[in-house]
Design a protein around this ligand. Structure first.
Ligand code: G6P
Length: 615
């Protein structure tokens, strides 16, 4: 978490860094800071709050001058969010400046050592320890800044993406990464440094992504030299051409990124299967699966590891893989899996699902599975992300940048990729008939149009949101493929409206949650036409007898649930295996409108961050 931005070149650094920080606020937004050097004085401004609050501070406190600068938007780990703990941090001499994303785990021991040698600390952060460690090494060893950073980092345990400069040498920025992403935009005699490429896409399409355990010395007007932190060996600089554009990371007329991303789903799903689903030829082409077909076909089981919404996509995938391809699947919270000493063999396949491709726990699960010899496949959205690089093979979701912290299009596109995989494997194993396979392809191709139709319920969903916006609890129920959808609906509501919500398998309701039901409890029941429909209708009867308020997600034309429920939201009919792609849509809109009506910050909900790069 945390977003970092740096600039060195011929332009004013201030506007570039501030605008860049705004684009990285999805990574953290509890405090922000900036340091600019104008050749004479180092101007630092920091504040609790958002980048907009920082802008106000800067206008009152410091002149916006300088062609070199570092900025930071924070998601607090060590020390509460306040102006002292926010970055940049300055070394004791006042010469060195740092921004940091990550955690220095052995900071307490390093701090004690530095205190014993006379260093003092203003903040509670691990970052202030790191910059003083660098300063200490620089003085003791009498080395240049780059060397000092390298020696210091070899003493550090933890994760980091850092950028550092020295007031005395303002034509140079040193950067390094281990476990947190870092991109460098290469312009004409200028360099942009950022946690992802979004802060600099209007300036350059050429970017270098640092790998783990690499550092770089960036010299204004000159070059970027990348070295291994461990042994100082030189690494070739690989310049990539960026595929994203400015339009993709702007709101495009929508009030919030989340709403924009909800409405982007028809296109996003289409982009996910384009070139992979060839209906007329009745084939699915996925290079990562094709090239490793034997691994999948010989697998004892598939283990899916993920966090948050991606974990819910994994749960949907469990149903699809088992149902269609008859491969046993276990779905794991990556954070539990990595510390559980799980039994993993060379005949296991691990699928890691991650929108950002940077989630620390998911990365750790991948490394663990690899160390046991398992084949690891990644389903990521962010191209070139750490997880995409760490896995043996993978498939991108191609959803385009997702900026709203609450994940929407990433979820439906993950399910789309996993469905394509399950269908491809089912065909290879012969567990699906040719006609059933063709039927699935046809239906999958119709999903974008059906999502468009489901989105048309927006106005009636708004009314339902208005009716229930002031309640304190919600229940979400679903069965089979739609049990994970109930979990995801509840998570969306919790994340952005701060209303307590629980998702349950509909039949489990009678083993506990039914005790909560009274006339004040809204219950969202996914009751579309699936083989469990009658059973779900019985559950609805049970709720009705206890006077719960029923919001039914139903298939177009449904009459039975309409008679029982207080509200219904219709979605088009599809196959049960594809129904999560449609049934999720009204739940996303419901949580969105409740949060908007409650005046919550939809795109940046409190305490959350989009990319969780700490444990
Ligand atoms: C955070 C985000 C969630 C996301 C989860 C996993 O908690 O707020 O929206 O589902 O991380 O992220 P990933 O990038 O691995 O999918």
């Amino acid at each position: 978490m945390c977003g970092i931005v740096g600039y060195i070149g011929h332009r004013e650094a201030y506007p570039i860094i501030i605008e860049g920080l705004k684009r990285l606020e999805y990574r953290g937004y509890d405090s922000a800071g900036i340091a600019l050097f104008d050749g004479t004085s180092l101007n630092v401004s920091k504040t609790k709050g958002k980048v907009a609050d920082l802008e106000n501070c800067v206008q009152q406190e410091i002149p916006n001058l300088g062609h070199i600068g570092l900025g930071h938007t924070r998601w607090a780990t060590h020390g509460v969010p306040n102006s002292v703990n926010s970055h940049p941090h300055i070394s004791n001499s006042g010469e060195l400046v740092i921004i940091h994303n990550g955690i220095i785990e052995n900071y307490a021991a390093l701090k004690q050592e530095l205190i014993s040698r006379g260093y003092t600390f203003k903040s509670d952060t691990d970052t202030e320890v790191l910059i003083n460690l660098i300063e200490d090494v620089k003085k003791k060893e009498n080395v240049k800044l780059g060397k000092a950073v390298q020696i210091a980092l070899n003493q550090v345990i933890g994760a980091y993406a850092i950028a550092v400069f020295d007031k005395a040498k303002p034509d140079e920025i040193i950067i390094a990464r281990l476990g947190s992403p870092l991109a460098v935009g290469i312009g004409e005699n200028e360099f942009f440094i950022a946690s992802d490429a979004s802060p600099f896409i209007e300036f350059t399409k050429n970017a270098v992504y640092l790998e783990d355990e690499e550092m770089a010395i960036i010299r204004e007007g000159k070059d970027i030299k990348i070295r291994k932190i461990k042994d100082d060996s030189l690494v070739d600089t690989y310049v990539q051409e960026l595929q994203i554009n400015l339009e993709q990371i702007e709101k495009g007329g929508f009030d919030h990124f989340m709403l924009k991303e909800i409405f982007e789903q028809p296109k996003a799903i289409n982009d996910t299967y384009r070139g992979r689903l060839l209906r007329e030829e009745a084939i699915i082409k996925m290079a990562g699966v094709e090239d490793n077909m034997k691994k999948f076909l010989n697998a004892n089981r598939i283990i899916i590891a993920a966090c948050g919404t991606s974990w819910h996509a994994g749960l949907v995938a469990e149903y699809i893989f088992e149902d269609l391809a008859r491969i046993p699947v276990e779905v794991e919270y990556a954070s539990e899996f990595r510390y559980r000493n799980p039994v993993i063999t060379e005949n296991d396949v691990l699928i890691a699902i991650s929108q950002s491709g940077e989630t620390a726990d998911t990365l750790a699960a991948i490394k663990l599975a690899k160390s046991k010899g398992a084949f690891v496949f990644g389903v990521c959205n962010v191209v070139g992300s750490s997880i995409a690089r760490e896995t043996h093979a993978g498939a991108y979701t191609h959803a385009g940048p997702e900026i709203g912290v609450a994940s929407t299009k990433a979820f439906t596109t993950q399910i789309t990729v996993l469905t394509l995989m399950a269908l491809r494997l089912a065909r290879a194993k012969g567990t699906i008939s040719s006609s059933d396979f063709r039927h699935h392809l046809l239906e999958l191709e119709m999903i974008p149009k059906k999502v468009e139709k489901a989105l048309k319920a927006e106005a009636s969903i708004k009314e339902i949101a208005y009716t229930y916006k002031d309640v304190s609890n919600f229940l979400y129920l679903g069965r089979g493929y739609n049990f994970p959808v109930a979990l995801e609906g509840a998570l969306k509501l919790k994340e952005i409206s701060y209303i307590h919500a629980e998702g349950y398998p509909a039949a489990e309701m009678k083993h506990g949650p039914i005790a909560l039901i009274d006339e004040n409890m809204p219950i969202v029941v996914i009751a579309t036409k699936t083989p469990h429909y009658e059973k779900v209708v019985s559950n609805i009867q049970e709720i009705k007898s206890r006077k719960g308020k029923i919001i039914g997600i139903v298939t177009e034309g449904d009459k039975t649930v309409r008679e029982l429920a207080d509200h219904v939201i219709e979605v088009p009919e599809t196959l049960e295996s594809l129904s999560p792609l449609l049934n999720t849509i009204p739940l996303q809109l419901l949580s969105y409108y409740i949060a908007v009506m409650l005046g919550k910050n939809v795109d940046q909900p409190r305490n959350l961050a989009k990319s969780v790069t700490v444990e």
